[in-house]
Design a protein around this ligand. Structure first.
Ligand code: NAD
Length: 479
């Protein structure tokens, strides 16, 4: 018998309409647990519970919030190995990557425990003599949080922690593929001293409970991370109901490699950001834009490095790349390898499903060469271990191709030229720019987000998170 896991609504653990098994993508015979599916009525109950809890929580004072967030962060950090292992077991990134993500989640709660105490306002002179003007920030209200499957503990953490820190109540809907980490996090939050109803977890499908969460009149704001298609739909719905929104969506991130780059460093950061975490990161580099002088050396060195990558069980020691998270994602990844070749690209390495001792969704990371900017593999997000190389003449063309995309999340450049690095940082049309570093891998205390089709609304993380999770009030006083 596997353990059953319920929704957290108004401080009660409640079973939904049915349970679905959470399967390990490294080994489909391994059932992590049964997770309930919330009904639309339960979603409504969760929103009502959050609304009821809001007046007291939003005025509870910053010490209570700081203490609760600190307690949550402390427990996550103390249990990082266990939570990281659960994460790797349900999502498929390697155990060190899973532990790293759990650590990040703990650090985020600790950071926002401090931020509770640092919220400031302004007192400014009025243009009318004798009047005082105060500018303060207040909680937004009930926030609906909708998260994707690829960072099952860090993304919930970086939305929940600031929401609670600034006095909001939360209804959280995790991706139905990976409810395990979200449930574990909710269980920790439920014991943190936060009053019943302030934080609620509803698990289930986007169409069944995500959609009603977005449209619920009792929800004041939606913070969403996921695909561009779903994000755009949520934006339309929230425009009608006039909800505040924050959307973080897909990427088609470029990694530029210039002639003057260190080849070994360029290969390492390209492999790391294209293929680690199975390429399932919104910040993964899927377009390697290489100038012609370094091209032959770089391509040869990539081939050698990729031959040494070990694809395997996410929990096994020595695995570099775990499985793809689901069958549908694996099918999508493989289909893009075919699409690329049909468009004229050459498959340099990988690109096939691997048969390993356990029944899982394993795939050899794929690298396509001879690709051009207009090809679908260079325009559409694959979201798997599939990268392509675009050959260019020099820096100007590399910059043009880096920006030649509907997305704008992250961009990287490998170069020893200060001039080109400085120019690229200024002229890249991405929200995050990396010089001689992988595009994936960011700090937890500074803003995260993109431009163009990758993001909409104010930034997440760091103190910039207060833009979304607070609302500004201007008060005038005649003493
Ligand atoms: P997805 O858009 O399919 O799902 C995201 C969430 O939305 C899930 O919880 C899902 O159940 C829910 N959802 C689906 N339909 C909905 C609806 N009609 N109404 C409300 N909610 C609905 O995305 P995914 O496959 O889970 O995640 C992969 C995507 O997330 C990729 O595009 C990736 O780039 C993106 N992502 C972006 C960032 C970032 O910060 N920019 C980070 C991680 C992942």
């Amino acid at each position: 018998m596997t353990q059953k896991h319920d929704n957290l609504i108004g401080g009660q653990w409640l079973a939904g309409s049915n349970y679905t098994p959470n399967l390990n993508p490294s080994n489909l015979g391994d059932v992590i647990g049964e997770y309930t599916q919330a009904s639309a009525e339960q979603l409504d109950a969760a929103v009502q519970a959050a609304r009821a809890a809001f007046p007291a929580w939003s005025t509870s004072g910053i010490q209570a919030r700081a203490d609760a967030l600190d307690k949550i962060g402390t427990e996550i950090l103390a249990r990082r190995e266990e939570l990281g292992t659960l994460l790797s077991r349900e999502e498929g990134k390697t155990r060190p990557e899973g532990i790293g993500e759990a650590t990040r989640a703990g650090n985020i709660f600790k950071f926002f425990a401090g931020e509770c105490l640092r919220l400031t306002g302004e007192v400014v002179p009025s243009v009318r003599p004798g009047i005082g003007v105060e500018i303060t920030r207040e909680p937004v209200g009930v926030v609906g949080i909708i998260t994707p499957w690829n960072f099952p503990i860090a993304i919930p953490a970086w939305k929940i922690a600031p929401a609670l820190a600034y006095g909001n109540c939360v209804v959280m809907k995790p991706a139905d593929l990976v409810p395990g980490c979200a449930w574990a996090l909710a269980e920790i939050i439920s014991r943190s001293g936060i009053p019943a109803g302030v934080f609620n977890l509803v698990m289930g499908r986007g169409s069944v409970i995500g959609d009603p969460l977005v449209n619920h009149p009792g929800v004041d704001a939606i913070s969403f991370t996921g695909s561009q298609g779903v994000g755009a739909r949520i934006a339309q719905q929230c425009a009608v109901t006039l909800k505040k929104i924050q959307l973080e969506m897909g990427g088609k991130n470029p990694q530029v490699i210039l002639d003057d780059a260190d080849v070994a460093q360029a290969v390492e950061l390209s492999v790391q950001s294209a293929f680690f975490s199975t390429g399932q990161r919104c910040t993964a580099s899927s377009r390697l834009i290489v100038t012609e002088g370094i091209y032959p050396k770089f391509v040869e060195a990539m081939k050698v490095r990729m031959a040494g990558l070990k694809v395997g069980d996410a929990l096994a020691a020595g695995t570099d790349i775990g499985p793809v998270s689901s069958l549908s994602q694996l099918e999508q990844d493989l289909s893009y390898v075919d699409i690329g070749q049909a468009e004229g690209a050459v498959l340099l390495a990988g690109g096939e499903r691997l048969k390993l001792p356990t029944d899982g969704f394993f795939m050899a990371p794929a690298l396509l060469t001879d690709t051009t900017a207009g090809m679908r593999i260079n325009r559409e997000e694959v979201f798997g271990p599939v990268a392509s190389i675009i050959r260019v003449k020099g820096y100007e063309e590399a910059l043009f191709e880096a920006n030649n995309t509907p997305f704008g999340l992250a961009a990287g450049i490998a170069t020893t030229s200060l001039k080109h690095a400085t120019h690229f940082k200024r002229h890249s049309q991405a929200g995050m720019v990396m010089v001689n570093l992988p595009t994936a891998g960011v700090d937890y205390h500074v803003p995260f987000g993109g431009r163009k089709g990758s993001s909409y609304g104010s930034r997440e993380q760091g103190r910039y998170a207060q833009e979304f999770f607070t609302i500004v009030k201007t008060a005038y006083t005649l003493p």
